[in-house]
Design a protein around this ligand. Structure first.
Ligand code: 5AD
Ligand code: SF4
Length: 452
């Protein structure tokens, strides 16, 4: 049967974004066509996130809306993928009987097989302890027809591992993504080579905790011989690759060898997302983070000694159970000390199955909101100060988007730059030299100097 159409809505992190691309490619290989109009789709996939309660509520309310579409079109297939699918499993079908397929985080590669075999009864997949991530060669053109040159992809995520073994007390990830498993080095390099051959200029290596790449259980000898730093060095050697990034790292596993890569690998962008979660040692210990504020600050200092221009970002949780005014003051003082370029900050949210959900001394919602506001206001001011420091300087900027009267690009530090009034012959992925003339809260403005 040809010409069935599918619509994917992705919630949450970059891992999910990459998984959605993989599912889209698998469907395109089976002659499905992607549509942006969910009303027209024969198959709707919600690739979900359950990191905080709010993310999960969004999915449930959207599924409620889709119930009506399924009544209008009984042939419609509805699939829930991602972390909510893994976490809730059968309960999704119990609450939402119009869902046909609940596909866990380890089963995305079997999507088309599962769809082919779908009968009248809904199907729910589960996590397995023997899971291995299969080799996967991206096809950048799959199913999307002829793209205009200005929208040809130039940067991609590449998943190097899945899952997490850390069991931070607040986090659902070890339950939704399973035990840590590293992909084979040869599969990663093959995927990276094929991306670069297809014209990709920037690759971001993805994993929940990339620093423990190769140290994890159930890995082959080949993987065991490679640390994450070794893997970075190997990917960086691919001719034609211009920028390399990675995310996410747990500070406890951040090795000196990895930090040194910022001094040694030219194409490794001077940007590091290093989630700290709290500035208080007491809360870090309750969070089971396995590092102290002092150790974290030491790593920051080392990183800056290897790469003084590195832009540091973090994740912060406010209102963790038992967080006192004093603990929060320590979070604020850490923000002052590190002076992050940016951060993602969240109010603590109870998640099912996590240890902290059972902790006492929950912080009141109003207190959490107030702490979040104080943190974010201060971070905004610090980010602006950093941005103002870029004015008058010149940076290589990779073009992301070109319209008739402007260019949008990114610096190596991952700052968005708007370049106005610029006739430009280049395509997305080209690197241009830009002189920064103005700094805003969330982006910079610059003038084109030359094409590099
Ligand atoms: N409540 C609030 N924030 C959370 N995060 C993870 N779990 C929770 C939770 N239960 C945040 C952390 C993590 C980011 C991806 O989401 O800061 O680094
Ligand atoms: Fe969650 Fe901690 Fe693993 Fe990050 S390191 S995914 S916060 S358990």
């Amino acid at each position: 049967m040809a010409n069935r159409s599918f619509f994917i809505k992705t919630f949450g992190c970059q891992m999910n974004e990459r998984d959605s691309e993989i599912m889209a490619q698998l469907l395109a290989e089976r002659e499905y066509i992607e549509t942006n109009d969910s009303e027209q789709a024969d198959l709707i996939i919600l690739n979900t996130c359950s990191i905080r309660a709010k993310a999960e509520q969004k999915v449930m309310s959207l599924l409620g809306v889709l119930r009506k579409q399924k009544i209008r079109n009984p042939e419609l297939k509805i699939c829930v993928a991602g972390c909510v699918a893994q976490q809730e499993g059968k309960q999704i079908i119990e609450r939402m009987p119009h869902v046909d397929l609940v596909i866990g985080t380890q089963s995305i590669y079997q999507l088309t097989e599962l769809l082919d075999n779908l009968g009248d009864q809904p199907v729910v997949t589960t996590l397995s302890d023997d899971y291995q991530i299969p080799p996967f060669i991206p096809d950048l053109g799959a199913g999307r027809g002829q793209k205009p040159p200005a929208t040809v992809p130039f940067k991609k995520f590449l998943t190097i591992m899945q899952g997490c073994n850390n069991y931070c007390s607040y986090c659902v990830v070890p339950f939704t993504r399973g035990r840590e498993i590293s992909r084979e080095v040869s599969h990663i390099l093959e995927e990276a080579h094929s991306l670069v051959e297809a014209g990709i200029k920037e690759i971001t290596l993805l994993g929940q905790n990339v620093n423990s790449y190769g140290k994890t259980n159930r890995v082959s000898k080949e993987v065991n011989d490679y640390s994450f730093a070794d893997l970075l060095r190997a990917v960086a050697l691919i001719p034609g690759l211009q920028r390399l990034r990675f995310t996410t790292s747990n500070p406890k596993d951040l090795s000196d060898d990895l930090m040194r890569c910022f001094a040694e690998i030219d194409i490794l962008c001077p940007q590091f997302h290093l989630p700290v979660q709290s500035g208080s040692n007491r809360i870090l210990s309750l969070m089971n983070r396995n590092y102290s504020r002092e150790l974290y600050l030491e790593k920051v200092e080392t990183l800056r000694s290897y790469c003084p221009e590195i832009a540091l970002t973090t994740d912060m949780i406010v209102g963790f159970p038992g967080e006192t005014d004093q603990d929060f003051a320590e979070t604020m003082s850490l923000l002052e000390e590190v002076h992050y370029h940016g951060s993602f900050s969240f109010k603590y949210s109870d998640r099912p199955g996590t240890r902290s959900a059972k902790f006492e001394n929950k912080v009141e919602e109003t207190v959490k909101s107030e702490r979040l506001r104080i943190f974010q206001d201060r971070q905004d001011a610090i980010s602006l100060a950093h941005n103002q420091g870029y004015v008058g300087k010149t940076f290589p900027v990779m073009i992301e988007k070109i319209s008739h009267d402007s260019i949008v690009g990114r610096t190596g530090t991952n700052h968005l730059v708007h370049i106005a009034e610029t006739p430009c012959n280049s395509l997305p992925g080209a690197i241009i030299s830009v002189h920064i003339v103005h700094a805003g809260q969330h982006s910079l403005r610059g003038k084109l100097l030359e094409q590099v």
